[in-house]
Design a protein around this ligand. Structure first.
Ligand code: MG
Length: 384
């Protein structure tokens, strides 16, 4: 029985993880939950799963949840809060596996603490790898702690990497759906509205990641994530646009063989893979190959999606550049969603922030968070 800490339990990855626990009660149980801001959902999850510890984003929210639990007669659940609270969740002695699915750098400290405590991590939070990948992967190597990617592309790569040795890998091919604007006229890009950008053709996801898919900055973050997770230079990571999102990614080997992973577009499968690794339990997440008609692949258009170029540049520089790429994007996406800047204002803001970014390489999580805050301030200054 694996006892799980689920960081980001009320988000879509968190909910999918709980549905895996529901399906495999003999394999998994819930030890702790970090639930964020949604008190109603946190209450429902606590009633259903009875974690020993649950963390909320703030002290006020923790107090509110605590009160509701007492009124409902649910006792014996420790309600904690803030980033210290998420660290408590990820490092409890009885936790066997940590699912890191808090969006943004808010999940960074708890993920790092989990690795230091020797807990295997299923990583759904790509910002952690982008902002602090150098620190997280070296801590994981030192302590021999596995980091299993839950991001669908990296999960596919992880699966394909089992077919050969690291030095036999020629290219990691990340697939991209291309988002809703793959064929949209480039001259109309600045009039794209948030409503248009929030409609993703194949995946239902959170708001920021949906906009990041539309600008392809999401794929840019995934290039950096792949470099760090699989210890390869940016020149060995390429993107291919695959509108069907059926092939989740591919690995090309030195001998010319290319291995692809195909499955249903359902995040429960990469979650199950990470939780069960190296086993493959029987699941109902089947893909009907008989109905597969065609697979399209095309080159990404760097003129349409300048975020891809910016990500390659940041990946080559590493350190603070990757932190700034992510931080500036988050600020710019929020401004776009509020109607403050046009769609192409997102890459323009990121480019301006990167131009004023130093070449430093933070050595601690505190330095990463400071660089993240500084980049956000520069992004707000650019917008103002
Ligand atoms: Mg992905």
């Amino acid at each position: 029985m694996k006892r799980l800490a689920i960081l980001g339990s009320t988000g879509s990855i968190g909910q999918s993880t709980l549905s895996i626990v529901e399906q495999f009660p003999e394999r998994y149980s819930v030890a702790t939950l970090a639930a964020g801001r949604n008190v109603d959902e946190a209450f429902v999850q606590t009633s259903r799963w009875r974690p020993r510890v649950i963390s909320m984003a703030t002290e006020e929210l923790a107090a509110e949840l605590g009160k509701r639990l007492r009124q409902a007669g649910i006792l014996g659940v420790d309600v904690v809060h803030g980033s210290a609270g998420t660290v408590v969740c990820s490092t409890q002695a009885d936790v066997d596996f940590v699912v890191s699915a808090i969006v943004g750098v808010a999940g960074l400290e708890a993920t790092h603490a989990a690795i230091l405590a020797g807990k295997p991590v299923g990583l759904a939070n790509k910002e952690c790898m982008v902002a602090a990948g150098e620190i997280l992967t070296s801590a994981a190597r030192e302590r021999k702690v596995p980091i299993l990617p839950i991001d669908s592309e990296h999960n596919a790569v992880h699966q394909c990497m089992r077919a050969g040795a690291h030095n036999e890998v020629k290219t990691i091919w990340l697939t991209a759906s291309g988002g809703p604007f793959r064929q949209y006229p480039l001259e109309k890009f600045d009039s794209i509205t948030p409503e248009q950008a929030l409609k993703h053709p194949t995946w239902v996801m959170g708001r920021r990641i949906t906009i990041d898919s539309a600008t392809m900055l999401n794929k840019g973050l995934e290039i950096i994530e792949a470099c760090r997770l699989f210890d390869v230079p940016p020149s060995q990571v390429r993107v291919t646009v695959h509108p069907q999102s059926t092939v989740h990614s591919l690995v090309e080997y030195a001998d010319g063989s290319i291995l692809a992973q195909i499955s249903v577009t359902d995040m429960r499968l990469p979650i199950l893979y990470a939780l069960a690794y190296p086993e493959r339990p029987t699941s109902n997440l089947t893909f009907d190959l008989a109905h597969l008609r065609h697979l399209d692949f095309e080159q990404p258009d760097f003129a349409r999606f300048p975020c891809l170029r910016l990500a390659y540049e940041a990946a080559a520089k590493g350190g603070v550049h990757c932190i700034a790429l992510n931080a500036a994007d988050e600020v710019a996406v929020e401004a776009f969603l509020q109607g403050v800047i046009p769609f192409m204002g997102i890459p323009r803001t990121i480019e301006a922030v990167l131009a004023s970014t130093s070449e430093a390489h933070p050595g601690t999580i505190a330095e990463v968070l400071a660089a993240d805050g500084a980049a956000r301030e520069r992004a707000r200054a650019v917008l103002a």
